[in-house]
Design a protein. Structure first.
Length: 241
């Protein structure tokens, strides 16, 4: 695990964007695993800027997102489909047919999850997976628990995750309580992983992820077992590491 220290959120975002851009340039048909939430927004902003100013070609890139809320349509402004279009896909020359997220509208959770895993396997898996870190140590929506969930599955979101996501909704009651998420197995099969962490409120959990025991109570701690993980974090998030 390599730790890359950034001065602040903007510097963290730019460093991550450079790594992703390098992946695209080196392998123009890469499969990228992407994340949502507030942390990667700056990275997507820099990738958009790079794409406009340079010859960063997304036309052969395939993407798979980590998760999507259950029961939220792609057209809903709170969906991750909508988030990705607004923050990245509509700004670059990627083929929309090559961008995939779990089908949050499929009422059959088993079918939706199996279909998503099949598509990922048939793509060859992720060349690079981008991750954020939840305040309780979750990656994707893999919440703390008694075991590491292997494949894409439907999860009941923890109270801390719902509380953290309230800022994106009018009220806590509006936050979806369930979501489809890639499992730990799928994430760990990525050839390269980038973990983005920003802010002092993430310092304690990042210390546990990087320095603590590998345990499903801190889902992201499993990243210690991967052969190519780069943690890009600002100095506030790294103050306890």
């Amino acid at each position: 695990m390599v730790i890359c220290r950034a001065e602040n959120y903007d510097s963290m975002s730019r460093k991550a964007a450079i790594v992703i851009a390098s992946q695209i340039i080196t392998k123009p048909d890469s499969v990228l695993g992407l994340a949502t939430g507030s942390t990667p927004v700056g990275t997507y902003r820099y990738l958009t800027e790079f794409s406009r100013k340079s010859d960063l070609d997304w036309s052969r890139i395939t993407t798979f997102n980590l998760d999507e809320y259950q029961g939220v349509s792609p057209e809903n402004p709170h969906s991750y489909h909508y988030f990705m279009k607004a923050n990245l896909f509509d700004q670059i020359n990627i083929q929309k047919s090559n961008t995939y997220l779990p089908d949050g509208m499929d009422p059959d959770a088993h079918r939706a999850c199996e279909r998503y895993d099949t598509m990922i396997r048939e793509s060859g898996g992720m060349d690079l997976q981008l991750l954020g870190l939840g305040r309780n140590g979750h990656i994707g929506f893999n919440e703390p628990g008694g075991c590491f969930a292997k494949d894409t599955h439907c999860v009941n979101l923890s109270r801390s995750t719902i509380d953290a996501n309230t800022r994106f909704f009018d009220s806590r009651d509006d936050v979806p309580k369930r979501a489809y998420t890639m499992g730990i197995n799928t994430i760990m099969r990525a050839k390269k992983i980038i973990l983005l962490v920003s802010g002092k409120e993430k310092a304690d959990i990042l210390q546990k992820v990087v320095c603590g025991p590998v345990t499903p109570e801190v889902p992201a701690s499993i990243l210690q077992m991967h052969g190519d993980v780069t943690v890009i974090a600002d100095k506030e998030a790294l103050c306890e590491v």
